[in-house]
Design a protein around this ligand. Structure first.
Ligand SMILES: C[S@@+](CC[C@H](N)C(=O)[O-])C[C@H]1O[C@@H](n2cnc3c(N)ncnc32)[C@H](O)[C@@H]1O
Length: 210
């Protein structure tokens, strides 16, 4: 992960979940749930788990929470926690039935390396689900979305007492292409993509290890 986002998440860890809930009008957990319910049972890796906010939607799965920021992990209720980055997973090959990752991909140093690591640790026919924010594809909706985050994210930054950090989050929304392009070259095969939230600014993507 970049040192910049490392420092950001360490600073905002304590207020992060509250601000997320405010920004998503309480929908963020439903977005995570829509991805997790598409995954098989068994052993799940929560990549970029943060404070472990997704724990209630994992059901009976055996969950390993991975995140490089100890300030985030220390707030987690998930008992199996590992401090590491997605680009270099400290797990053996074929050791997970599923990988889940929500709101992490914009912060990765290398998406290619992380996808390749996800492929390695998944068992054959295992599945991964990624949830993240993106810009809508339609140009008018995209402009409205840019204006919206230019207003709401600095406000969230004031609540978090980290205005510059939230301005960075606003800018990071334009960093990545849409999921259909982002995952096109991966060894994990892109199954479905679905969109959620206002103007579809949140996407879910399901990836398969054949
Ligand atoms: C926006 S938070 C999302 C947390 C949680 N997944 C959720 O659904 O709210 C992004 C998380 O990704 C973590 N992160 C940043 N870079 C990472 C990397 N290279 N590998 C794994 N996690 C990373 C951050 O520390 C932070 O906890």
């Amino acid at each position: 992960m970049s040192e910049q986002s490392d420092a950001i998440f360490a600073r905002i860890a304590r207020r992060y979940d509250l601000i997320n809930t405010l920004l998503s009008a309480g929908r963020d957990q439903a977005w995570r749930r829509s991805a997790v319910e598409r995954l098989p049972p068994g052993r799940l890796l929560d990549l970029g788990s943060g404070t472990g906010v997704a724990a209630p939607v994992f059901g009976e799965r055996q969950v390993v929470a991975l995140d490089p920021v100890r300030e985030m992990l220390s707030l987690s209720s998930i008992s199996h926690r590992v401090a590491a980055v997605g680009e270099s997973l400290p797990f053996s090959d074929d050791s997970f039935d599923s990988v889940f990752s929500a709101f992490v991909f914009r912060n990765l140093t290398s998406i290619d390396r992380t996808l390749s690591e996800m492929h390695r640790v998944l068992r054959p026919r295992g599945m991964a689900a990624v949830v993240d924010l993106g810009r809508p594809t339609h140009s008018l909706a995209r402009s409205i979305s840019r204006l919206g985050t230019a207003i709401t994210l600095p406000l969230a930054g004031l609540i978090a007492r980290a205005p510059a950090d939230y301005w960075y989050l606003h800018q990071s929304l334009d960093k990545l292409p849409p999921p259909e392009e982002l995952f096109a070259q991966s060894r994990l095969r892109l199954g479905s993509v679905w969109r959620m939230g206002l103007f579809g600014f949140v996407y879910g993507a399901l990836l398969h290890k054949d």
